[in-house]
Write a protein that binds this ligand. Structure first.
Ligand code: UDP
Length: 236
């Protein structure tokens, strides 16, 4: 399908229009950002790895009846995806305490939560993605009640599927962020990415960090997490 002009450029991806308005092309970049864009770098090869990791997870989810935007892989860094209107929410699912949750509630990083925890943030960089609850989402007309229910159900199901899959590869799924979109027919589907940029992954035995925290925390070998996750999922 012919790729036309760029529609949007985000921190880690670019979206291009195609001849058919039902589809877009998504291109992954090597740009890394953290702390709401304050910290920036180029991590060579990250775009390719994140594209491949995301597509691998999306295919597993599709097999488990989670609808996703992935149509097909086009190149190392590009996919053809369904054109959706992104629901302006970031859905965070947590299994183990880390990051902002640890600071906010004064709980030690690494504590396993009694049950998975789900949070909604408003997707708005200039406001720093503030928390938002279902009542506020409805009042602000950001999503329909049924959409919120579907998003909650899918998010917890995605957590179970990925947690079980990753455990077999000796990877602990600490937390992650999802985004959903609505097709023009009104169906809610999973969009965006599922990669070491949007998930925390720890080695199950050593608790070694295998994700963007290596970049956030200026740790050595910032590409190591991306490469290690790629190796474990692709070689198994
Ligand atoms: N996350 C993300 N994008 C965001 C905020 C969070 O992908 O804008 C991911 C993050 O990588 C982690 C999870 O969501 O896997 C929970 O992040 P947290 O709320 O702890 O925020 P952080 O500590 O990363 O600021």
């Amino acid at each position: 399908m012919k790729i036309l002009e760029q529609l949007y450029e985000g921190k880690a991806k670019q979206i291009y229009k195609t001849e058919n308005s039902d589809y877009v092309v998504i291109k992954y970049k090597d740009d890394a950002t953290a702390f709401n864009g304050k910290k920036k770098a180029i991590l060579k090869g990250k775009g390719t790895i994140n594209n491949k990791i995301t597509n691998h997870f999306m295919k597993i989810l599709q097999k488990n009846n989670i609808p996703t935007h992935l149509v097909k892989e086009i190149s190392d860094t590009e996919i053809l995806a369904k054109n959706v209107k992104i629901v302006p929410l970031e859905v965070i699912v947590r299994n183990v305490v880390a990051g902002s949750f640890s600071k906010r509630y004064g709980v030690k990083e690494g504590l396993s939560l009694r049950q998975p925890c789900l949070e909604f943030c408003l997707k708005n960089d200039s406001l720093g993605d503030p928390f938002i609850n279902s009542s506020q989402i409805l009042a602000l007309n950001l999503a329909e009640k049924e959409d919120i229910e579907i998003i909650k159900t899918y998010s917890l199901k995605i957590n179970s599927i990925l947690k079980e899959y990753l455990t077999k590869l000796n990877i602990k799924l600490i937390d992650f962020k999802l985004e959903f979109g609505k097709t023009k027919e009104g169906t809610v589907i999973l969009a965006d990415e599922i990669s070491p940029d949007t998930c925390r992954f720890w080695d199950i035995n050593t608790n070694e960090k295998l994700d963007k925290d290596r970049f956030r925390q200026d740790m050595a070998n910032q590409m190591y997490g991306y490469e290690e996750i790629y190796k474990r999922i692709i070689e198994n």
